[in-house]
Design a protein around this ligand. Structure first.
Ligand SMILES: NC(=O)c1ccc[n+]([C@@H]2O[C@H](COP(=O)([O-])OP(=O)(O)OC[C@H]3O[C@@H](n4cnc5c(N)ncnc54)[C@H](OP(=O)(O)O)[C@@H]3O)[C@@H](O)[C@H]2O)c1
Length: 326
């Protein structure tokens, strides 16, 4: 099979595209012919050696895929050859075939395309668990989404609206903010040209923001955290800006605010039931037409480098995908 390979930490252009043997089937697992893979910022971090997980070389990046089951282990009886599915993994998705535990596989309803399936789990799963379980966002509260047109950001806007929040989208360009409005944002702030702290003060009449969803970190964190409301919750999602910020702890004390971490992948190991329940809610919203996964651009499997560059250069608006087969 063909696969994208990382032989040493470095830029996307160092990835190779090679013919390698298909991984052997393992107990409790299924083999899937990959029809589409989601590209995520953690892939960018992983190939550069900046992610918490550092797989042995050579490895294929890729955390989520959709495709068809082509082989099942004897002890994976609930899944059948020919079934359309989506699946998540720690790495390995940028390949024509993957072997994954049956527990990581979710059947894909007939009306869901491979493209939507491959770009769904990580971004919607992260935003849903973060906003509901971790931040306990309530109807009527204000939600600020930073990096609001990115992969996870746009899903936080959509889910925030589903939960009845007043959503403030913040991003770096007017094009990105127009997209966030299309996805339901009530207010927008361009943090490249406007003062984020002043605008948040204005929009919330000085009250501050109840829940802040932050996949960006760095300087934007420094500004946003100072506009957290009384009993607000600051969701630490990621650090796409490249800097992990530090917090003067008096801000949390004075506002009775909480800094809340949300790492979706850790639920796969520690609480898979929470993931299943979250997917059930997301599937209902999707079926009702309330979630509209946005695909920014699709590349062939050998286009991993330019695909990853879309994210690194802040060009992605929604999801970037790879497609092994036309
Ligand atoms: N906690 C979890 O479970 C979880 C799950 C998935 C992803 N993440 C993390 O969430 C973050 C976003 O992931 P994603 O897949 O949504 O990525 P993405 O689509 O590339 O979105 C990231 C956004 O960050 C903003 N940004 C600011 N400075 C940037 C820079 N120097 N380089 C790139 N982007 C920059 C961009 O928006 P503007 O241009 O508008 O500023 C961009 O839209 C990453 O840190 C990722 O590791 C966490």
């Amino acid at each position: 099979m063909k696969a994208v390979l990382c032989h040493a930490f470095g830029p996307p252009e160092n990835l190779t595209f090679a013919d390698i043997p298909s991984p052997p089937i393992r107990a409790g697992c299924v083999r899937i012919a990959v029809r589409a893979c989601g590209v995520n910022f953690p892939d960018v971090l992983m190939i550069r050696g900046l992610y918490q997980l550092k797989p042995p070389f050579p490895f294929s990046p890729g955390l989520e895929i959709a495709g068809d089951i082509i082989e099942t282990a004897e002890d994976a009886p609930d899944l059948q050859v020919g079934q359309r599915v989506m699946a998540t993994m720690m790495y390995g998705g940028f390949a024509e075939e993957v072997v994954v535990p049956a527990a990581a596989v979710v059947p894909l309803p007939a009306e869901v395309s491979y493209e939507h399936g491959a770009g769904f789990a990580l971004v919607y799963g992260t935003s849903h668990i973060a906003l509901t379980r971790r931040a306990q966002l309530k109807a009527g509260e204000t939600l600020l989404v930073l990096g609001a047109a990115g992969g996870v950001g746009l899903t936080a806007v959509e889910i925030g609206k589903q939960l009845g929040a007043r959503v403030i989208a913040a991003a770096s360009t007017s094009e990105k903010l127009a997209l966030a409005r299309e996805y339901g944002a009530d207010e927008t702030i361009n943090y490249s040209s406007e003062n984020l702290r002043e605008r948040l003060h204005e929009i919330t009449n000085g009250r501050g923001v109840d829940v802040i969803y932050d996949p960006v970190g760095g300087d934007i964190f420094d500004q946003a955290v100072r506009r957290i409301a009384w009993e607000g919750r600051y969701l630490v999602i990621g650090f796409a800006s490249g800097r992990i910020p530090s917090l003067p702890a008096n801000i949390a004390l004075l506002k009775n605010a909480s800094i809340v971490g949300a790492f979706w992948g850790a639920y796969l190991q520690n609480d898979p039931v929470a993931i299943r329940n979250s997917f059930a809610q997301l599937a209902d919203w999707y079926a009702a037409g309330d979630l509209k996964p946005r695909i920014h651009k699709i590349y062939a499997l050998d286009g991993a480098a330019p695909a990853l560059r879309q994210l690194m250069e802040r060009r992605a608006m929604g999801k970037v995908l790879l497609k092994p087969q036309p």
